[in-house]
Design a binder for this molecule. Structure first.
Ligand code: PRP
Ligand code: URA
Length: 208
């Protein structure tokens, strides 16, 4: 479906944990962070490195380094912050912006309540984080706001995606690369992903 899907037995095993309704908040949060780390490695495959010379304990040698100042992470509140820990482990110097959105439960349309970006966001590659891509409304609106701020390169990382949301995101923002750990079957009549994992925010924060 045009998205890059992590195809790895460890990821499938981790998904089995977070899909299980018996999994508690602590383990759920930990596994979300672990899968996010894997997604980050995958999304950084095209990263450009700079060659620098260093001294090992043995001799001088040329090594390749990443300029983390070129990147920003943007979690969509609330559930996206559950993925953040897994990404800052990989790139601790990336800047972080926040977008606050919640889905109106009747219309399923995203409602914005917060937006705060690093000042130089337009000069950074932005990696947007949200565990769930359902109808796609939240991802589409977030990416539209980032483009209005001048951001040119955007990637979207999610744990579980629905075909409906993937289609909408690809149609609206075809330039955005999507990385996901699973493409599920469909959305149900109330906009939840099937089989999915339920409400990601509630499970990460223990609010239900
Ligand atoms: C969830 C999820 C996404 C959104 C996905 O957030 O974390 O942001 O729904 O749905 P969509 O693709 O149909 O827009 P929710 O609105 O439940 O807010 P929360 O993270 O604060 O719980
Ligand atoms: N948001 C969630 O947290 N879960 C879904 O299945 C759909 C949207």
């Amino acid at each position: 479906m045009g998205a890059i899907v992590l195809d790895n037995p460890i990821i499938r095993h981790k998904l089995s944990i977070i899909r299980n309704k018996e999994t508690g908040t602590k383990e759920f949060r930990e596994v979300i962070g672990e899968i996010a780390t894997f997604l980050c490695y995958e999304a950084m495959e095209d990263a450009e490195l700079q060659e620098v010379e260093i001294d090992t304990p043995i001799c001088k040698t040329k090594v390749e380094q990443l300029d983390e100042n070129k990147y920003a992470f943007v979690p969509i509140l609330r559930a996206g912050t559950g993925m953040l820990e897994g990404l800052v482990k990989v790139m601790p110097n990336a800047k972080i912006g926040h977008v606050g959105l919640y889905r109106n439960e009747e219309t399923l349309k995203p409602v914005r309540y917060y937006y705060k970006m690093p000042q130089d966001i337009a000069n950074r590659e932005v990696i947007v984080l949200d565990p769930m891509l359902a109808t796609g409304g939240s991802a589409v609106d977030t990416i539209t706001m980032l483009k209005e701020d001048g951001v040119k390169k955007i990637k979207f990382l999610c744990i579980i995606s629905a075909p409906e949301g993937l289609r909408k995101l690809q149609e609206t923002h075809p330039d955005v690369e999507i990385y996901t750990a699973s493409i599920d079957e469909k959305l149900n009549e109330v906009g939840y992903i099937v089989p999915g994992l339920g409400d990601a925010g509630d499970r990460i924060f223990g609010t239900k």
